[in-house]
Design a protein around this ligand. Structure first.
Ligand SMILES: [Zn+2]
Length: 436
């Protein structure tokens, strides 16, 4: 098994992530988070919110509706350009992204360029292709009971537009000084043709995005500050090893239609280097489009000088699932006698596991319960485990990344101590209960 398969298997076995709708034979490109996955995911999302919003004076939160007026996606360019170049094999009717079958190709590949590349169908090996067709990746639905063009709506393909469309509301209600940022966490949907690589390329994902509004002449300085902040967050708050993160300056022909500069932060995932997050300078593209489409002013008026202008925007954007998998794959370790998730303490689903040495000795159970209640009131993320023998419990807690296992034994009953086992070193020390 590859390392990614090992991680997928651990996630299923220990209740982090299950294949979506598994009871009905699954639903491609969807995944469900189980009890431990939810805990880890929330800890990651809260760490992000704490770092970027709560601890700063220049960031504010919004939480916009997922279904937005479809004019949003016309103004943003998604209706016209959020599309993949698809080819179909006339033999087996398999559909593929043309740009993924030709080495070095971009999304703007033409049918001629594709045919010249002499590609064989990955499924049946034949070479009989359709023209390239653009396939829009937005999920379409209808609002209300009438299914006609007038009532078309989309599940949002990015959270960013929910921020831009609230720019005016926020400026007019809390009067923030420039530069300032609006942050949002929430689901976004993409009708991926070929979902793959576990949660890396799925059809719905949770995004964490900031739109940071700046003076046009300040964008380079602010871009550099946000870039440094991303490294600080990923390495010092989330605990990803710096050497597994690589910056990729995205060349102009590969950048999204709105961006003047983009750096992709790449990560060494088990199956190779993949995008972890993006940092993009979106200029005034979005606010100016909204201003034109809505007829409402998106200008910011400087309180000191009275000068009015449409702010420019820098956008750090990160997918929760991508970050989740980066955390798991850098924490996952197979050792001779065990599998261990070396999760940072602030992200681990549980900080402590408490158990009695033996579960059939009421005096041990009673004392262990006391210790459990004490730790729970102090640290919240504490679990109880009296299943199997102590070795099995350690094995399980190692696999779910619990940093410390606390055990109440007979010696402890006499002198008010417990043993504390460290996940990473497996060493045990005896500690007074009041010193936990
Ligand atoms: Zn084929």
């Amino acid at each position: 098994m590859s390392k990614l398969e090992d991680i997928v298997s651990l996630c299923k076995r220990r209740g982090f992530i299950f294949p979506g709708s598994a009871v009905y034979d699954g639903m491609a490109g969807t995944w469900d988070f189980g009890p431990l996955g939810v805990a880890l995911k929330r800890n990651i999302m809260n760490a992000w919110w704490g770092y970027w919003v709560d601890q700063r004076d220049d960031m504010y939160g919004v939480d916009a509706a997922i279904i937005m007026n479809p004019r949003t996606w016309e103004a943003s360019g998604h209706v016209a350009t959020f599309a993949d170049p698809l080819v179909e094999c006339k033999e087996c009717h398999g559909r593929f992204r043309a740009d993924k079958l030709v080495e070095g190709a971009t999304e703007s590949i033409t049918t001629d360029e594709f045919l010249q590349a002499d590609v064989k169908c990955p499924t049946c090996g034949k070479q009989d292709w359709s023209e390239i067709r653009k396939f829009n990746m937005m999920f379409q639905t209808h609002v209300g009971p009438i299914e006609d063009d007038e009532h078309v709506a989309y599940l949002r393909p990015e959270t960013a537009q929910g921020i831009f469309t609230n720019f005016r509301n926020v400026v007019d209600t809390i009067y923030p000084d420039l530069p300032f940022g609006l942050a949002q966490q929430g689901k976004a949907f993409r009708n991926e043709i070929s979902p793959r690589d576990f949660i890396l390329r799925d059809r719905e994902c949770s995004q964490m995005e900031i739109e940071y509004f700046v003076r046009p002449e300040d964008w380079e300085k602010q871009f550099e500050q946000l870039r440094a902040g991303q490294h600080d967050f990923l390495e010092n708050v989330i605990g990803l090893p710096a050497e597994m993160i690589h910056e990729l300056e995205v060349p102009e022909e590969d950048r999204a239609h709105y961006s003047k500069r983009t750096i992709d932060f790449m990560f060494d995932y088990p199956n190779g280097e993949e995008e972890l997050m993006g940092l993009a300078y979106r200029t005034d593209f979005d606010l100016s489009n909204i201003q034109r489409e809505s007829g409402k002013s998106m200008e910011y008026r400087d309180k000191m000088t009275g000068e009015s202008f449409v702010p420019h925007v820098i956008e750090p954007s990160i997918g929760v699932e991508r970050l989740f998998l980066a955390v798991l794959s850098s924490a996952y370790c197979e050792e001779e006698s065990r599998v261990v998730l070396r999760l940072p303490e602030n992200l681990a689903p549980y900080r402590y596991c408490v158990s009695p040495l033996l579960k059939n000795k009421p005096e041990l159970v009673e004392k262990a319960r006391e210790v459990y209640e004490l730790l729970k009131s102090k640290y919240t993320f504490v679990t109880w485990d009296d299943s199997g023998n102590i070795g099995k419990r350690y094995k399980k807690q190692d696999e779910i990344g619990t940093p410390k296992c606390v055990v109440v034994d007979f010696e402890g009953l006499e002198n008010g101590t417990v043993t504390v086992r460290d996940r990473d070193t497996t060493e045990q020390v005896r500690v007074k209960i009041e010193e936990l």
